[in-house]
Design a protein around this ligand. Sequence first.
Ligand code: ZN
Length: 281
Amino acid sequence: MRRMFLVTGLAAVFAGFATGCTQRQRVNIETEIATALVSDEQERQIGRAVHEELERQGARAVRDPVVVAYVESIVRSLLGEVRREGTGPVHVHVLDAPEEVNAFATPGGHVYVFSGLLLAAGDEAEVAGVLAHELGHLVAHHPERRLLWLFGTETLAALALGEEPHVLAQIAASFAQGGLLAANSRADENEADEIAVRLTHRAGWDPRGLVRFFRRVRDLEGDLPGLLAWLSTHPTSTDRIERVRAMLEERGWEGGADGAVEHDEVRRRLRARSDAGSAPS
Ligand code: ZN
């Protein structure tokens, strides 16, 4: 009951503030409301539901220990930086989908990387850039804000009270299919890019990896129509590439490791795997 009161109060505040304030203030207010409405336990629930939905759709995990350890170690290194920014534990999943260039993160701290993205990336710094971008969405609470926009305060409040089980299923399906919940606004994409270059730079990689990856998928687009799921939610316009490049130049962040040797080994293992028709390892 008390929670309901709080929620109604927040909704009134939200309606009152939504007009007549700056974009930054609006984002801050929305973030506060969204994080108040979506509890940690609910986030874990959504995370589990997305995972179950992906399994239901037949998603399979890559079990090659070298590949899994590679991705986990990248996330662990970035995580040292993310923890400082206030995010909880993160679970990494490498999905066996050599044709899909994709990665995404869900509430509850799950990061999904498709093997096609590892095959498409040129080196470790590029993979780190993309993963840091996905972690950036979590750090900045973009999924919670997106839930607020799409479902509104009343539905989220009912969900918090366990009254809307079908909404949970809808949320899980949307994430798993790269639907509305996976598509972020341009402002959110820019913010995640900024966080990504900061995290990769602090963790010791060349933060230009993200820019290289953007260029790479843009060039691949014509060759692999329909296969670049990441592109559909991450348009790599010249503007965007230029924006990240200028930000790096301004901050003087242009050096760092590329991890090309480790990445080549991972790609070799994944290729051998897809040549063998994804035989279990
Ligand atoms: Zn993004």
